[in-house]
Write a protein that binds this ligand. Structure first.
Ligand SMILES: C[S@@+](CC[C@H](N)C(=O)[O-])C[C@H]1O[C@@H](n2cnc3c(N)ncnc32)[C@H](O)[C@@H]1O
Length: 305
């Protein structure tokens, strides 16, 4: 099922993306997140830091940090206007030098990047919108021998310590995912529901595969959103690491935040169209904040020589 052809792009403007809200309400990638990525790369003897590629870059959130570590950064995203916005934020607003960046309106599956030229690819919060098999093959083509691939995905948060709020929040996502209709969403759910374990790394091209599960309580079901499934492709040799209670992915949130947060996911569904489940969550919260914990998966792989 992972290879169905899908014509629509995910996370597109017509699905209701609002980058201003995204920047405020989505979790901020903090120190431990980037440290895991850069440590994996730095541990390799002879690692180079010449070109980084931020794939599915959106408005360039990850590119900003890649620019600190790499001589130059390619920023790619297929949706109309996103790399233009990234350029505005990075160059006009953050005053980074334009000469450091290349902006490409391209998909993960098909790019104009020269073969064997990239030291590190970061594909953050975007792999679910791709055909993973085609994307992995294209990442393999671009990377230098010994180059690093980092694929990351944070799921919707779970609620700790309050079963009623957790059930009501689950009801909100259940109602939302029923409205996420069509092949592009179905394919995304298959990748998300397997905690990205449907992503396969052909042994002839990849080595040192490491899958890190954060805040999942030792259970990949922490990522499940609905009943769509896909075949798991994790090989025995791959390393699996479980990290619990990473406080960078934890917080206390109230009803207004829950509403604003959900509005950053696609498709955008106005509150009034899911009023019953929102009312249930509001009642369950009793005017208080609840503790959220976000499950995250980070996959690292090295392009074989
Ligand atoms: C949720 S945003 C992630 C933005 C940013 N990387 C982050 O981590 O916050 C998902 C991005 O994936 C992009 N996208 C959708 N289809 C894609 C594809 N086939 N290849 C690469 N990116 C894609 C969307 O345009 C969108 O910018």
């Amino acid at each position: 099922m992972a290879n169905v052809s899908v014509n629509e792009l995910g996370f597109s403007p017509k699905q209701g993306v609002n980058w201003s809200n995204y920047l405020v309400y989505r979790p901020v990638y903090q120190t431990s997140f980037f440290k895991r990525i850069f440590d994996y790369h730095a541990e390799k003897p002879g690692a180079t830091w010449t070109v980084g590629h931020d794939i599915g870059a959106g408005c360039g959130i990850v590119s900003f940090t890649l620019a600190i570590h790499f001589d130059s950064v390619i920023i790619s995203d297929p949706n109309d206007g996103y790399v233009t916005l990234a350029k505005k934020l990075l160059i006009e607003e953050a005053s980074l030098p334009e000469s450091k960046f290349t902006f490409l309106q391209e998909t993960a599956e098909e790019t104009s990047v020269d073969s064997g030229t990239i030291d590190l690819i970061a594909a953050c919060e975007c792999i679910q919108w791709t055909n993973p098999k085609a994307a992995i093959s294209e990442f393999s083509r671009q990377l230098k021998a010994g180059g690093t691939l980092a694929i990351t995905y944070y799921a919707r948060p779970l609620i700790d310590g309050n079963e009623r709020v957790q059930n009501a929040w689950k009801g909100v996502w259940g109602a939302h995912s029923k409205k996420a209709q069509g092949e592009v969403f179905d394919r995304a759910f298959r990748t998300i529901n397997t905690a990205l374990e449907n992503i396969e790394f052909p042994e002839g091209e990849w080595e040192a595969i490491k899958r890190v599960y954060i805040n999942a309580r030792g259970d990949v079901n922490a990522f499940v959103m609905n009943n769509l499934v896909d075949e798991r492709k994790v090989k025995e040799k791959e390393e699996k690491i479980w990290v619990e209670d990473d406080e960078e992915w934890v917080g206390m949130k109230d009803i207004e935040w829950f509403k604003a947060y959900l509005a950053t996911w696609v498709p955008y569904i106005p509150e009034a169209e899911m009023q019953d489940v929102w009312d249930e969550l509001e009642l369950a919260l009793e005017g208080k904040k609840a503790r959220i914990r976000t499950p995250v998966v980070m996959i690292f792989a090295t392009r074989r020589a």
